[in-house]
Design a protein around this ligand. Structure first.
Ligand SMILES: [Zn+2]
Ligand SMILES: [Zn+2]
Length: 268
């Protein structure tokens, strides 16, 4: 039986503020976990970029990824990417980060609303979650209209931290606008598998939204476990792939030199 090709295209090394393991350690674990390809996508959050050690870390991320790519050549493909956080909240930083390439892959992320803290830190008794979600989908749409990235990361990220059972029905139109704009601009939608190992228990976005994306004609998908530690590399990627097959997708994309390269999802 042919070994399936699994790729994990969202992962952090110690060149991210919230991760502590070297690219080498992440690569070794990825190989152990049977992955054929990974993309290192360290955080570069635009609102803080001009004020912390991001510039130095950006160099470290690139250098260590290039070194590891050489060390693992022939065994594990290692691509160089970036998780570009909140680009519209500090556009000068976003442009500087983008110029730092060439990247294989740029992930666009939104972890906090303009002027607010990361959804992780918000107190949901003081903030109305529905109001936050309304603002979230509206800022996502602005980001996609700007569009200087290859995939939109972890849509529904706030649900990880909000009270359980939030109803997304009131946001269906806003979500449709985000999906339609992605499709029109040929920007991919990320299926972030981290939710499977967290309390939320589903991918970000979850099945219902992925079904809707497919219904609207969306076919460009990227997949990542968002590992911040070696043990999580490739985690739930096979499960994510079988979910995507079930929803009618036939392939996902790996980005090399910022071009989508399809990987067939194959048979169950
Ligand atoms: Zn993120
Ligand atoms: Zn991430």
């Amino acid at each position: 039986m042919k070994t399936p090709f699994y790729s994990d295209n969202h992962m952090h090394s110690s060149a991210s503020f919230d991760a502590a393991y070297s690219v080498e350690e992440m690569a070794a674990a990825s190989y152990e976990h049977g992955l054929s390809c990974i993309t290192i996508t360290d955080h570069r959050d635009c609102p803080v970029f001009l004020f912390d050690n991001s510039r130095a870390m950006m160099g470290v991320s690139r250098y260590s990824t290039q070194q590891a790519a050489k060390d693992w050549q022939g065994k594990l493909e290692i691509l160089f990417g970036v998780e570009l956080g909140e680009p519209l909240q500090e556009k000068r930083a976003a442009q500087e980060i983008l110029r730092h390439g060439p990247y294989d892959f740029v992930i666009g992320s939104l972890h906090n609303l303009e002027g607010e803290e990361d959804f992780y830190f918000l107190n949901y008794e003081q903030h109305d979650p529905r109001d936050l979600l309304r603002r979230y989908f509206s800022e996502l749409l602005e980001m996609v209209l700007w569009g200087q990235f290859d995939t939109l990361a972890h849509v529904t990220y706030p649900l990880r931290y909000m009270p359980k059972g939030m109803d997304l029905t009131p946001f269906a139109d806003a979500i449709d606008r985000v999906f339609r704009t992605l499709i029109q601009k040929q920007i991919a939608l990320e299926v972030n598998a981290s939710g499977f190992r967290q309390e939320i228990g589903e991918s970000l976005p979850g099945e219902d939204l992925l079904r809707r994306y497919h219904q609207l004609g969306g076919r460009l998908i990227t997949v990542g476990a968002d590992a911040h530690a070696p043990a999580d590399t490739g985690c739930f990627i096979p499960r994510t792939c079988s979910m995507l097959r079930r929803l009618g997708f036939t392939e996902y994309m790996i980005y090399r030199k910022r071009r989508p390269c399809p990987v067939p999802l194959g048979e169950e």
